[in-house]
Ligand binder design. Structure first.
Ligand code: SF4
Length: 309
């Protein structure tokens, strides 16, 4: 037993609160038992500038997910993974992986989709710190996190980088199977803000601590995007925000004809203008033409085109 592992005996790690015994090998909505299933790890240069910096972000992608987004760009590892083929690491091995990424020059350790692995990663962070990990930990989640879990790991995360996907319950239910997402996420963001504060950058513009919220603009859902920006502005008018235009109708988006297309440039511009009109100043915007750059293929050794050496 590790310090946090008893939390997995009747799992309420995330808002699904499945109550399954993951220590006994049972799985809930996320499809992952107590083991640490890691689909990909390596330096990644496609994150926001304060996260990738000049030397890259040390990403660790976990298998499984507690959302089922019909448009998931990581569906190969979040939904369609083969549990028998995903490498499984012990807590010590995950801690060593964090140290390896640090030795490779990574600016940070970037935990991608950790919401259902929150306690396994907490154990590994604590172990890695003991062994000399000094770079920041980035908790890169979908925003559908448990408030109680976040409070339990308080002090272990340096940078929170959650999505804010929806403030529209119908869209959250239809596209991600989580109609309560808009009820959950405001308090999640408040907790992250309380733990780490506003994003702090070093002299090179690389993040050392704080909160950076991502919002992916979905085609036709401009009111949803505006409500998300309204929430962020109400939480902190100086919030650091990444406004993403990279939507691509992947995975099962064809089942929802209204979002089975790319984002129009005009739609993205409306949302960028809205953010500006609100007075939000710390907003990272994406080039529309860059969407292909961000779409991974986890069948390849190097999933992201831009990360190839
Ligand atoms: S982490 Fe997985 S098993 Fe636990 S509550 Fe969430 S979806 Fe259910």
């Amino acid at each position: 037993m590790t310090p946090f592992s008893p939390q997995l005996a009747s799992c309420t790690c995330c808002p699904r609160e499945c109550g399954v015994d993951r220590l006994a090998g049972d799985t809930g909505f996320c499809g992952i038992d107590a083991r640490i299933a890691v689909s990909h790890r390596g330096l990644h240069f496609g994150e926001e500038p304060p996260i990738s910096g000049s030397r890259g972000s040390g990403t660790i992608f976990f298998a499984g997910c507690n959302l089922r987004c019909v448009f998931c760009q990581n569906f190969q590892i979040s939904q369609e993974f083969d549990p028998a083929r995903v490498p499984v690491l012990s807590v010590d091995e995950l801690a060593d992986e964090m140290l390896r990424l640090q030795a490779c020059g990574a600016h940070n350790v970037n935990l991608v989709s950790p919401s259902h692995m929150v306690f396994q990663t907490a154990d590994a962070i604590a172990a890695a710190r003991e062994k000399g990990l000094s770079i920041p930990i980035v908790y890169n989640s979908n925003g559908y996190d448990s408030l109680d879990s976040l409070r339990k790991i308080s002090g272990l995360v340096d940078i929170y980088m959650p999505d804010l996907k929806y403030m529209d319950a119908d869209a959250a239910g239809r596209y991600s199977g989580a109609a309560d997402y808009p009820d959950i996420v405001p308090n999640v963001l408040r907790e992250m803000q309380a733990q780490c504060g506003r994003l702090e950058l070093d002299g090179d513009g690389v993040a050392v601590r704080g909160l950076l919220v991502r919002h992916l603009v979905l085609p036709g859902l401009l009111d949803n995007s505006k409500r998300c920006l309204d929430l962020l502005h109400s939480l902190d008018p100086e919030m650091y925000i990444s406004l993403m235009s990279q939507y691509s109708p992947r995975y099962r988006a064809a089942a929802c004809p209204e979002i089975n297309r790319g984002l129009f440039k005009k739609e993205y511009e409306v949302i960028v203008d809205y953010a500006e009109d609100l007075g939000l100043e710390h907003v990272f915007v994406q080039e529309m033409e860059s969407s292909g750059y961000y779409l991974p293929d986890f069948e390849r050794d190097e999933p992201f085109e831009g990360d190839k050496q």
